[in-house]
Design a protein. Structure first.
Length: 282
């Protein structure tokens, strides 16, 4: 099974890029971020024609997350991260696909820091850690994937000395990511490529992509039972160089002994408990 995460930076404006990548890479499950579209403008029809069912949580002009599944519809289990009931930002969606529970997230940027946006990022990270602990306690096989808006170490950022005061790299944020991983999650790309320079984001300015002046912001975290199944991990870096591309490139993993079944995609927007959804999605 191939699972990917891709911050598309506007799903309708970059739909040709997304469809081309889906056709070439053939991922079984995809987590998308920054849809920048309300629910009614999500391109469900085009994705179904490409062979993907979807669940999505949109927002006009900002944010927005979705989970795609090749040849079937994901079974939604959660929409929105618990812990702050008045939070109206569309940053988390969760679904069961082929017996795996997938949490797709778009963590806040947090700039300028310090300030209210940075405070919100810290609170959101705390809520994520609480929910992630509950997912681990459930015993379900889980992948948490998305744009975490954090570079965990100096290896994950070009010229780290320039980012010390940025909300993506401040010590509080790196510590929060480290605490999350320490609870029992495995950073899949680092598990297989511990010493490599790997980036998933390159700014549009100053020829950042051409100079490889990038950041690793997009991560896939695995629950303990999935780690032995991890066979490969990488970044489709060339996608960032395509015409009208996102400033992010897709990051992906493959899991052995997890078979992706195929059926006609049918939309299922009704939320279910994770245990029921996992049984139905197997």
């Amino acid at each position: 099974m191939k699972i990917a995460t891709f911050n598309v930076n506007g799903i309708n404006g970059r739909l040709p890029v997304l469809l081309r990548w889906l056709a070439e890479a053939e991922p079984d499950i995809v987590c998308l971020q920054e849809l920048k579209a309300p629910d009614e403008r999500f391109p469900r029809g085009a994705l179904e024609e490409a062979g993907y069912g979807a669940v999505w949580h949109g927002q006009r002009a900002w944010n927005g997350v979705a989970i795609l599944a090749r040849g079937r519809a994901p079974i939604e289990t959660r929409r929105g991260l618990p812990g702050e009931e008045d939070d109206a930002q569309s940053r988390y969606i969760e679904a069961a696909v082929n017996g795996v529970l997938v949490g797709c997230l778009y963590l806040p940027n947090g700039n300028p820091a310090p300030g209210p946006k940075f405070d919100y990022k810290i609170r959101w990270f705390d809520r994520l850690k609480t929910h992630a602990a509950a997912l681990l306690k459930s015993g379900a096989p889980v992948v948490l994937a998305g744009d975490f808006n954090v570079m965990p170490t100096e290896l994950d950022v070009y010229k780290p000395e320039r980012w010390v005061d940025d909300a993506l790299f401040r010590p509080e944020i790196r510590a929060a990511f480290a605490e999350l991983v320490a609870e029992g999650w495995t950073d899949a790309l680092r598990q297989l490529h511990p010493g490599e320079v790997i980036y998933t984001f390159w700014d549009y300015f100053r020829n950042a992509y051409g100079r490889n002046a990038g950041l690793r912001l997009d991560h896939l975290l695995l629950s303990p039972d999935l780690v032995p199944k991890l066979a490969a991990a990488g970044v489709d870096r060339d996608v960032r160089g395509w015409e009208k591309a996102s400033d992010h490139a897709p990051a992906w993993i493959t899991l052995d002994d997890v078979k992706a079944s195929r059926q006609r995609p049918r939309q299922k927007r009704t939320s279910r408990t994770p245990s029921t959804a996992l049984s139905d999605a197997s």
